[in-house]
Design a protein around this ligand. Structure first.
Ligand code: ATR
Length: 288
């Protein structure tokens, strides 16, 4: 904390609600950015078990909390308690950011928009591309629905094939994009990756401490692929290292984490945060 920062009677509250929240990164990246801009806000985290979720949402209004991030396990369950859901978030079926607009709680999914922004800022073209996505969980849903606005085709590879197939069906119906769900078998991946432009890992495979794991073997990668791994610890996963050695352009998960936060920050405060500072704070915290 710098010398100018102090909590006063006027200080507004931003927060995270989730269960658990003790290891959350949101306070780590938001507070330095708020302090740098000398904004009279503080960002904190509340551990809300599912049985208290509705009361916690009422509390956001009662305490006039200005903005809120929502994390596991509440991203879907919170929707019925909110006043307005952005159309993209409604399609995804999950939200992660709420703004308290004079007592009206409005929600978005900035994982989704933040992930696309991170890809674009890294120089990745999405328009008319064939995208291969590993995983069909919440993070995959958030990314797929926004990428489907521009991509040509999406192929989802998931350990539980039915989950990937269901997501592909939803993408076809709601986003009118060619989408398929396939099994996460190396032989099938090999065939599909030959014609793909972007490969995204949305699973936790390769995440600390199992840093020698990768969701796919190196020989399936080719230099025309842009490889995005949403895992941010380590910052260079085995998948990204393999991809780099083959000649691919790559992107790790830290930028998506920062951009999803930065989008909420701007929405709540009206000010653009210093994303370099946010990233630096996260790296320091992660020791990377
Ligand atoms: P998140 O919200 O982070 O996306 P999630 O909804 O639990 O988390 O989804 C995790 C995704 O990673 C799923 O696609 C999961 O596959 P299943 O649907 O088969 O469970 C995938 N996943 C997790 N561990 C995995 C592993 N060891 N190998 C392959 N896929 C894995």
């Amino acid at each position: 904390m710098n010398g100018r920062f102090s909590i006063k009677g006027t200080t507004q509250i931003l927060c995270l609600i989730g269960h658990p929240v003790a290891h959350s990164f949101s306070p780590i990246m938001h507070n330095p950015a708020l302090q740098e801009l000398e904004l009279d806000y503080v960002y904190t985290a509340f551990d809300v078990p599912p049985r208290n979720l509705e009361k916690a949402v009422e509390g956001l209004k009662a305490l006039n909390i200005k903005g809120c991030n929502v994390t596991i396990p509440h991203k879907e369950a919170i929707i019925p308690f909110l006043d307005e859901i952005d159309p993209l978030a409604a399609k995804i079926g999950a939200i992660n950011t709420i703004k308290n607009d004079n007592g009206t709680l409005i929600a978005k999914n900035t994982d989704s928009i933040g992930g696309k922004k991170a890809l674009k800022e890294a120089g990745c073209t999405i328009s008319k591309q064939k995208i291969a996505v590993i995983g069909a969980g919440g993070a995959s849903r958030a990314l797929n629905f926004t990428l489907a606005e521009e991509a040509r085709e999406i192929v989802i590879f998931n350990r539980t094939v039915s989950r990937g197939k269901n997501l592909a069906k939803e993408l076809q119906n709601k986003m009118e994009i060619k989408a398929r769900g396939l099994s996460l078998e190396q032989k099938i991946l090999k065939k599909e990756l030959e014609g793909a432009d972007i490969l995204i890992n949305t699973t936790p495979v390769g995440m600390y401490p199992k840093v020698d794991n990768s969701p796919i073997s190196k020989d399936l990668l080719h230099e025309d692929l842009f490889v995005f791994d949403i895992v941010y610890n380590p910052s260079k996963t085995k998948l990204l290292k393999d991809a780099k050695s083959v000649g691919c352009d790559t992107l790790g998960g830290l930028d998506m984490l920062v951009y999803q936060g930065a989008l909420g920050f701007k929405w709540w405060t009206g000010h653009k945060p210093n994303t370099t500072l946010m990233k630096k704070a996260l790296k320091k915290h992660l020791g990377i």
